[in-house]
Structure formats: structure tokens, C-alpha cells
Design a protein around this ligand. Sequence first.
Ligand code: AMP
Length: 177
Amino acid sequence: MSIDLKNYVRTIPDYPKPGILFRDITTLIEHPDGFRESVERMASEHRGLGITHVAGIEARGFIFGAAVAISLGVGFVPIRKSGKLPGETIGQNYALEYGVDTIEMHADVIGSVHRVLLVDDLIATGGTAIAALSLLRRTGAACDHASFVIDLPDLGGAEKMRAQGVNVHRLIEFEGH
Ligand code: AMP
């Protein structure tokens, strides 16, 4: 039986700052059917595509990405905030509302023979996902599929990913911001 995953996402107004509607996936993953069904749908959409790795974006992308990697029978690559990975890294800056942030991945894990599925919990403006995409593509890996639990389409991130040639899969949409 199919369940409506949207019912499991809790919305918290004014977190982390006034005006933001925070889409909280902890209520989705604490529910066994909600978590399993999310992961199964994200994985089944990407079977048979030659995916060799799932890359998840810190931190909530690790929860879904790691589970999807197991379901697909492939490895998992963490994309982390700067300064967290112990080996040699490559980094990518991206703009925040105020200032700049950096994400990093290990330099030696993937390369031109690999095809990576990018996973995160939510895509909003797309700044984070586009930075992760640039990082993955700089390794020479193919990255033409991305999967998000939640899309906020009015913020345009999924459209930006499509403009980069990425097939964007998402389970739930919320209007507005
Ligand atoms: P963006 O780079 O604008 O696409 O933002 C995506 C990242 O910020 C994801 O890693 C999300 O976890 C987080 N994020 C952005 N907006 C929200 C929101 N309204 N609710 C929950 N998380 C959000």
C-alpha cells in the first residue's frame, strides 16, 4: 500500500530564522514505513542506470543517501562541510544569503569511470546541490541523476539542476518557500 509521505513531514515556522518554513524530515524517518518507503522510492527510480556510487550531502543527505546506496548495492561518498574529511580533498565554494560556504569530498574516491547519484533531503535555491554537482563532475565522474525527498520548486533549484543536464527526482513538493 502506498502512503502519502507528505503527511510525515513536519513544518516548523520561523526556524532557523523568522520567515523560514522549516520542512523537518525527522518525523518522516522516525516512522518505519515513512523512512523505508522514502528510501525504496529513491532507490527503485535509479536501478539499472549503471549508478556506481551515491553521494550524500552533509548532514541529512547522509541519512537517505547511505540507505539508498545499500539498497542499490553501491558505495557511498560523503560530501562534507569544509575541514571534516581527513584525507586529501577537493572543495567547492557556494554563495549563501550572507557570505560563502565550502563543501568538500575526498579527492581519490571517484573518477571518470564512475556514475554518481546525488542525494539530499531537500532542494530549495539549489546552491548546495549545484556546488555538489560541480565537485562531482570535476572528478570526471558522470552525474546526471539527483534525488531529493523534498523539492521547493518555487525557489528554482530543481530547474537549475535540469539546466545542468541532471534528471531531478523528488518525492514531495511544497509550494512557496
Ligand atoms: P539550497 O542550497 O537553497 O537548495 O538549500 C538546500 C539545503 O538547505 C538542504 O541541505 C536543506 O537541508 C536545507 N534547507 C533549505 N531550505 C530548507 C527548508 N525550508 N527546510 C529544511 N531544510 C532546508
